[in-house]
Design a protein around this ligand. Sequence first.
Ligand SMILES: *[C@@H]1O[C@H](CO)[C@@H](O)[C@H](O)[C@H]1NC(C)=O
Ligand SMILES: *[C@@H]1O[C@H](CO)[C@@H](O)[C@H](O)[C@H]1NC(C)=O
Ligand SMILES: *[C@@H]1O[C@H](CO)[C@@H](O)[C@H](O)[C@H]1NC(C)=O
Ligand SMILES: *[C@@H]1O[C@H](CO)[C@@H](O)[C@H](O)[C@H]1NC(C)=O
Ligand SMILES: CC(=O)N[C@H]1CO[C@H](CO)[C@@H](O)[C@@H]1O
Length: 367
Amino acid sequence: MPTFTKLLLLTLKLTLTQLLVSPVAPHAINPSSPPKLERSLPEKLVVAYQSWSECDDKVLDAVRSGVNVVIWFATNLESAYDGSALMAGGPNRTCVQEKIEALEELGYGRDKVTHLISVGGWDASHPDTSNTAEEYFEAFEKFSDGLYDGLDWDLEGNDSLTSQLNYFSKECLLLMGDLSQLLHDAGYIVSMAPPESYLDIQTTEFSKYVNLTYPSDDWNTTPPFQYHGHNTYALPLAMHPDAFDFINFQIYETKSHASYNTTILGTAQVDYLVDYINMLLHTPLNVNFETDEDFLSLGLQTIDIADKIVVGFIANGGVGGPITAANATKAYQQVEELGEGNIRGWFYWCLADDGDVMLPGVLSSVF
Ligand SMILES: *[C@@H]1O[C@H](CO)[C@@H](O)[C@H](O)[C@H]1NC(C)=O
Ligand SMILES: *[C@@H]1O[C@H](CO)[C@@H](O)[C@H](O)[C@H]1NC(C)=O
Ligand SMILES: *[C@@H]1O[C@H](CO)[C@@H](O)[C@H](O)[C@H]1NC(C)=O
Ligand SMILES: *[C@@H]1O[C@H](CO)[C@@H](O)[C@H](O)[C@H]1NC(C)=O
Ligand SMILES: CC(=O)N[C@H]1CO[C@H](CO)[C@@H](O)[C@@H]1O
């Protein structure tokens, strides 16, 4: 007994001393601690989003039909009552755990299906940047507790046009990059889901505002659609090119180039998507940060996204929009025939709006 007590005391003393003399900041992550699980992704991706807080058996059918990445929706990065970093919100944890276990029993374990948790969404708050990326890394691990394989960024704007949330602060963009890097280095999967204009291959402009217009797409509406961005998501990507595993391009953003070209200009859906995919694959994604007071020192950056491209649709009752899933697969095949590479995969928003689980089968048929 006494020996044990002594040993315990000695251990405690040592730990305390180590803590007191430790030069490491209290929230720093031990870089030598290995990731608990080296997450990997399938070669070709069929990504499905859950709707806000959704958790039900639809995910089982979707995975059986070809979905191999599920993104659960959506959390916020907040401060707790005592000011500490907190990842909060998202779907019912017990339910998510049950569905992941049910998938494992069906033969779709964690080695075959990746489960990510998203941050943000339209009208959602942006991260509270009074906490550091290191602190949010710990908050993620606490929130996830092994349930999720990584994180997906969905930060967007707000319905109220003059809202502060239609501006991505410098601190917010830096946090997105820094936290992504920490998660990536620890072996987690990290993705981002920019609306088309938030990562736009068709312009080099950069802005932190997401209440802008597309000056060149004339829909003859007054006022024009005022919730576009200009390459906002290019900032974390330019600063941490290796941190992101894949990029979900939301070509279904309201009044997107994709809708404009296919509806107003009348370009056939297949032709548009072939052109768009080829642009993403072969045109350098150049973004000019010189016009931004916070990031001008970055100058003109060329971002390599060739192996990260995932193109996404709105479910539209199982048809897919603004390009249908059927036309998307035709476009994929045409790009394939050119023999110069292809996209990493597809995604769709969201499981709830694909009631008869039509999309995964069509989208996965080309892989
Ligand atoms: C969360 O999910 C579990 C398991 O499906 C369920 O029993 C519980 O009622 C749910 N909790 C809430 C608050 O809906
Ligand atoms: C865009 O949002 C900012 C707030 O971030 C606001 O100051 C500005 O007035 C908004 N622009 C328009 C056109 O409403
Ligand atoms: C493909 O796109 C065209 C418009 O370009 C549309 O008329 C047609 O219905 C689509 N086909 C399918 C099978 O979705
Ligand atoms: C969409 O239309 C515009 C205007 O004609 C054109 O510049 C652009 O290249 C088109 N985009 C695609 C992907 O075809
Ligand atoms: C912070 C903020 O401006 N939130 C607004 C987002 O948009 C909704 C809907 O218009 C408003 O109710 C919120 O106040």
